[in-house]
Each structure stands twice: as structure tokens, then as C-alpha cells.
Design a protein around this ligand. Structure first.
Ligand SMILES: [Zn+2]
Length: 59
């Protein structure tokens, strides 16, 4: 039974907030220059945030 993610956690992939109770995956990022960071990702495959804005419909 996975623990609930901390409040205010954002997905490291799609940059969207992970809601309490939403399936997520915790991934430890080990860094030699820091104590290490835990990145949270949506358990279900979310889409990585595109850098370009969505096309706007012209009126
Ligand atoms: Zn996500």
C-alpha cells in the first residue's frame, strides 16, 4: 500500500499536481552534491508538458 504523496507535490514529468489518493510513483534521485531528491510521478502515464503552447483557435 503506497503512502500518500506529500501535499503540494507536483509530477516531475507532466508538471501537474498529484492529488491526494492519486496513484503515483516515487523515484529517488541520488545526487553527489546534495542529499538526494525524491521525484514524484503519476503512476499512470501522463504526457510530458510540451514546451510549445497549444495552438490557439482563431475567432
Ligand atoms: Zn504526471
Amino acid at each position: 500500500m503506497p503512502k500518500s504523496c506529500p501535499a503540494g507535490t507536483f509530477c516531475g514529468r507532466c508538471d501537474q499536481p498529484i492529488r491526494p489518493g492519486e496513484p503515483f510513483e516515487a523515484r529517488d534521485i541520488l545526487s553527489p552534491s546534495s542529499a538526494g531528491t525524491t521525484v514524484y510521478l503519476h503512476k499512470n502515464l501522463c504526457v510530458k508538458t510540451p514546451f510549445q503552447a497549444a495552438p490557439q483557435l482563431r475567432s
